[in-house]
Design a protein around this ligand. Structure first.
Ligand code: GLN
Ligand code: ZN
Length: 777
């Protein structure tokens, strides 16, 4: 029999029950008991679905009140000492680690590999100790077992756990990170984390013994770090670690995902584990490295169902791969999604508003469990046993393949017609610069903001009422225009040089554009956990992308009509739109990025025609698109930068293109950033004290830069002197003629009083610096 299982299931709940329960608890409006009860109900539901789909195991340990890495920090008793918690943490302490308390900032947060899920980063010190407290995991295990389920606990393996942590030394400090837009500066490791393995491993041994004593026969142990570029010492450690762990008791299924581990095939083959899981969606070609002389006593778990995307699986194609494997491996062939289903929404059946055709092309987590079951039956009982299911899958795929909703000949023709000039501005930056200077007449160190102004309660209420139908078009339009007038008046009063309209009309920087572009669809409940209780609802790019009509031109034109100062048009870039959506899987991502780029290009050109002289194309997700393996970086950077340039290059030389990226890890991709050829780039720098500008200086970044002079993530109002100090630091590295002054990021999460105070200080700091510079000149 072919065994089927899942590496993990979304915990948030089909209706985001966990989010609501956790947030109610945080507000002090519910008890620990009622929160625990929600968790129990959700787990039971998810296991029940796994059972109903015929999975041979249910997965235990994929639940978390906040984050699975934080669960492991609690499990191994290694919460940072600075919290003073001791080796066991209760639920309130657990939440304090995630969210901070009055004395301690929270653990840092960063992206889980190349997903949009964020985990809490373990803090390791040279003297960190580990002490097992398996009580939570054992409770969940007991819950599953008493529900009559065969339970497969899942753990993050010791090497991945260490690798994901941060080595801290004396005097090191961490900042609180805000995952909605910014990646965090990870400081260089203070010591070699691998030294901690000797202390950590006994806790894993202890845990496996405990699980065995509770009747567990199989443990899934995740080592996705294996798909990264690991140093040799870490790779060697795999032998030692798994020789020790495999001897303990439960069988171990070592699981890898998000990439290929073919380069480690020899090593993995000889590890004494019971089996190995491979991600064949992300890395299909790695299979050959393993099937050839796969040990006769080992399981191979094949991840054929995409755990990262929402498309219905091509079951026929899977069976072509699986049938010979089944003959070779017999019962040792297992099937699973490529990775945990954490990254997809829960249940497609809830989507009442998606049309049936589009729905027939999709599969969310629950549907993916059923696909596994169909594959299993096809392999075990023959294809005729699941004839109908295969037929339905085939029909949906064929329809999708040929649908006019997906294939737009005009887009194809336009793609075909792209020439090598289309992604180049007419002239070089050196030639453009004087033309823009003459047109814009800006002072030295021009001041601007990143685009959004506070999304006030009033704005949110108006939008909600508009969506409900309680506010008509005209009333909503008037309300938004009033917000624009307000934002423009404040900026003029503050004395800013390049103004923005404030983005009041936008709910979200990707959704806003997706809703107006052809080829995009939106779900009602397609939520995916981003971090903690925060969920996102990524758009689905299902077809060729085009822009039926202008998206932002009227708002921007209106804003420009209110002022004689330059009004900056504000767009989201092609790479960010791609990165924050579910992307079609029937063509390369680069091709979809190019289509989006052409649509944005149309908007850029229309803004220019409407008289807008400065246009910003935001690319906050440019860096997070980087592949996990460095060898794959150049190809990505090449097409991503090209997509950006394609969106930006339809304008005349005297139109100024800005871009914005909100993070501070640039040094390893500076040439690619320069290759965007934006006239101005605004970036986050205040939290890293302008340090990253050293890289820009050394590299001699050729165009203009606006290094953020204050951290918009904090309600704190920065003092004038702090900002003059940062500006002086910046001016020491970047020539003043190419420096801009702006905050780190958009201001939508802040309130007006703090924004006005902070920007007023920013303008004062700029005035002081201008005087200083004119004296030295
Ligand atoms: N223009 C956007 C804003 O100001 C940029 C946001 C971002 O970079 N994440 O909100
Ligand atoms: Zn930003």
């Amino acid at each position: 029999m072919t065994m089927i299982h899942t590496l993990g299931f979304p915990r948030i709940g089909a209706q985001r029950e966990l989010k609501h329960a956790v947030e109610t608890y945080w507000r002090g409006e519910s008890s620990t008991d009622s929160l625990q009860q929600t968790a129990i109900t959700l787990r039971n539901q998810h296991w029940q679905w796994q059972r109903e789909a015929g999975l041979d195991y249910v997965t235990v340990g994929d639940f978390a009140f906040y984050d699975q890495v934080l669960n492991h920090i609690a499990l191994f008793g290694c919460a940072p000492k600075r919290f003073g918690f001791g080796s066991t943490v209760n639920l309130d302490q657990y939440f304090q680690l995630a969210r901070g308390n009055t004395d301690q900032f929270a653990l840092e947060m960063t992206k889980w590999f190349d997903t949009n899920y964020h985990y809490l980063v373990p803090e390791f010190h040279a003297n960190t100790t580990f002490e097992l407290d398996a009580s939570w995991l054992l409770d969940e295990l007991t819950q599953a077992q008493s529900g009559g389920h065969r339970a497969k606990p899942v753990l993050i393996g010791p090497l991945t756990f260490l690798w994901l942590g941060k080595a801290k030394g004396h005097g090191d400090h961490a900042n609180h990170q805000h995952a909605d837009c910014c990646d965090h500066v990870l400081q260089a490791d203070a010591f070699d984390k691998l030294q901690l393995l000797d202390r950590l491993l006994p806790a894993y041994v202890n845990l496996l013994e405990t699980l065995a004593a509770q009747g567990v026969d199989l443990v899934q142990i995740d080592e996705p770090a294996l798909v990264l570029d690991l140093p040799p010492a870490w790779l060697d450690a795999y032998d030692a670690v798994y020789n020790t762990l495999a001897a303990v008791g439960p069988k171990l299924l070592l699981s890898t995902y998000f990439g290929s581990v073919a380069n480690h095939a020899d090593r993995l083959r000889r590890l004494p584990v019971a089996g190995l899981h491979l991600d064949l969606v992300r890395a299909p070609t790695q299979l050959a490295a393993f099937t050839e002389s796969w040990p006769v006593d080992k399981i191979l778990s094949i991840g054929v169902i995409d755990g990262r995307n929402i498309w219905r699986t091509d079951l026929d194609r899977c069976l072509e791969i699986l049938a010979p494997l089944r003959r070779q491996l017999g019962d040792r062939l297992w099937l699973a999604p490529s990775c945990s289903l954490l990254h997809v929404p829960v249940d497609l059946a809830q989507e009442a508003k998606l049309d049936t055709e589009l729905k027939s092309w999709l599969a969310f987590a629950k549907q993916k469990l059923n696909e596994l079951s169909v594959l299993k039956r096809a392999l075990d009982l023959g294809r005729t046993a699941v004839h109908q299911e295969l037929q339905a899958s085939r029909a949906a795929l064929d329809a999708r393949d040929t649908s006019p909703r997906i294939h737009n000949p005009a887009v194809a023709a336009r793609m075909e017609a792209i020439t090598s000039h289309d992604d180049r501005r007419q002239s070089t930056y050196e030639a453009r610069h004087p033309l823009q200077r003459d047109r814009l007449k800006l002072p030295l160190l021009p001041t601007t903001t990143i685009g959004s102004f506070p999304q006030t309660d009033g704005i949110r209420r108006a939008r909600a009422a508009f969506k409900r139908g309680d506010l008509n078009d005209t009333a909503y339009h008037d309300a938004m225009q009033a917000e624009i007038r307000h934002a423009v008046a404040r900026q003029e009063a503050l004395g800013l040089d390049v103004l923005v309209h404030g983005e009041a009309e936008r709910n979200d920087m990707v959704e806003y554009f997706g809703e107006q572009l052809a080829g995009f669809a939106f779900t009602q409940l397609g939520w995916v956990q981003s971090y903690g209780s925060r969920c996102v609802k990524p758009p689905i790019i299902f077809g060729d992308v085009s822009r039926p009509q202008p998206m932002t031109v009227e708002w921007t034109r209106y804003a420009q009509s209110l002022t004689t100062r330059p009004m900056k048009g504000m767009l989201t870039g092609p790479v960010t739109i791609l990165q924050w959506s579910f992307v079609r899987d029937d063509q390369p991502r680069s091709q979809t990025a190019t289509q989006i780029a052409l649509a944005i290009r149309d908007e850029v050109v229309d803004l220019e025609t409407a008289g807008i002289a400065v246009i910003q194309i935001d690319e906050p997700a440019f860096r997070e698109g980087l592949p996990l393996k460095r060898t794959d970086w150049p190809a990505y950077l090449d097409w991503a930068a090209r997509a950006f340039r394609l969106s930006a290059s339809g304008v005349r030389d005297n139109t100024q293109i800005h871009t914005h990226m909100c993070y501070s890890e640039f040094n390893d991709i500076l040439p690619a950033i320069a290759a965007l050829d934006a006239d101005v780039i605004t970036i986050e720098t205040s939290r890293s004290d302008m340090e990253l500008l050293d890289g820009f200086g050394e590299f001699a970044y050729p165009n203009e830069i606006g290094p953020g002079v204050y951290d918009i993530h904090s309600p704190r109002i920065p003092k004038v002197e702090e900002m003059t100090r940062l500006l002086r630091k910046a001016a020491a590295v970047i020539p003043a003629e190419r420096l801009w002054v702006n905050p780190d990021c958009g201001l939508k999460t802040r309130g007006w009083p703090e924004v006005e105070a902070a920007l007023s200080n920013m303008v004062s700091a700029t005035t002081m610096l201008r005087e200083e510079l004119s004296v030295t000149a």
